[in-house]
Design a protein around this ligand. Structure first.
Ligand code: 13P
Length: 255
């Protein structure tokens, strides 16, 4: 299988931006711009409180809605957390796990990311699993070791069948929100290495089939080049997903 046969996925990660009314307005603005662009999946991962508005406003469109995290347990005394069943019942189709901001600011580890990955999959969600090295790790020459470890631990106990619902997002931490994008060659190299890790774990066929996104200052200007690389099957987009025109340009670049 080559790149052309893999599912391209352009996903926005709104992080902590937009209220429910702003969400409705944004989706109403975006939907006509991306109508008919069926060459990639179009996903917006929004804050929990915006999910109802996002799902309602995108009914009957080609936009799907994701959440930004999911708790590992099914229910219980976990103040402030949200379960996979809650998300699924609200119409959520995707969930981001292991974002570097969760790891950095909310003490998430490879082990908690593994639990959240399995919880998303158990509830029928497609999981966007984020991995990526810090600047120090890149400078120390341990980029491969870092993303390989993050990928392997996150996927512990995930069956080959469930892997079909996993997307991996390679997001170098030094490129997130900084305006510094990895070069297409840097992004391609690591995405290819991640595909190699999947081949070691699940075999060549699974590695060829898995969607691997790049994320980190992807924007309307640099998307086409990044998305043209053999091992980059989509993007996870922060800042540029908050502007419907910019996000539309990125969706078009993935057609
Ligand atoms: P930016 O596109 O704002 O750099 O954010 C990337 C990101 O973290 C997506 O998850």
């Amino acid at each position: 299988m080559n790149k052309a046969k893999r599912a391209a996925v352009i996903a926005g990660n709104w992080k902590m931006n937009m209220t429910p009314s702003q969400t409705t307005a944004f989706m109403n603005e975006l939907a006509p711009k991306v109508a008919g662009l069926d060459g990639c999946k179009i996903v917006l991962c929004v804050p929990f409180v915006d999910i109802a508005a996002a799902v309602e406003a995108t009914k009957g469109t080609n936009i799907e809605i994701g959440a930004e995290n999911v708790h590992m347990e099914a229910k219980g005394a976990y103040t402030g957390e949200i379960s996979g069943a809650m998300l699924a019942e609200c119409g959520v189709k995707y969930v981001i796990v292991g974002h570097s901001e969760r790891r950095q600011y909310f003490a998430e580890t490879d082990v908690t990311v593994n639990g959240r990955t399995k919880a998303g999959l158990a509830n029928g969600l497609k999981v966007i699993l984020c991995v990526g090295e810090t600047l120090t790790e890149r400078e120390q020459g341990v980029t491969y070791e870092t993303v390989a470890r993050q990928t392997k631990v996150a996927l512990l106990g995930v069956s080959a069948e469930d892997l079909r619902n996993v997307i991996i997002a390679y997001e170098p931490v030094w490129a997130i929100g900084t305006g510094v994008t990895a070069t297409s060659a840097q992004a391609e190299e690591v995405c290819g290495q991640i595909r190699g890790v999947i081949a070691d774990l699940y075999g060549a066929e699974a590695a060829e089939a898995i969607t691997i996104q790049y994320g980190g200052s992807m924007n309307a200007k640099n998307a086409a080049e990044l998305l043209s690389m053999e091992n980059i099957d989509g993007g996870l987009i922060g800042g540029a997903s908050l502007k419907s025109d910019d996000f539309t340009v990125i969706v078009k670049a993935a057609q």
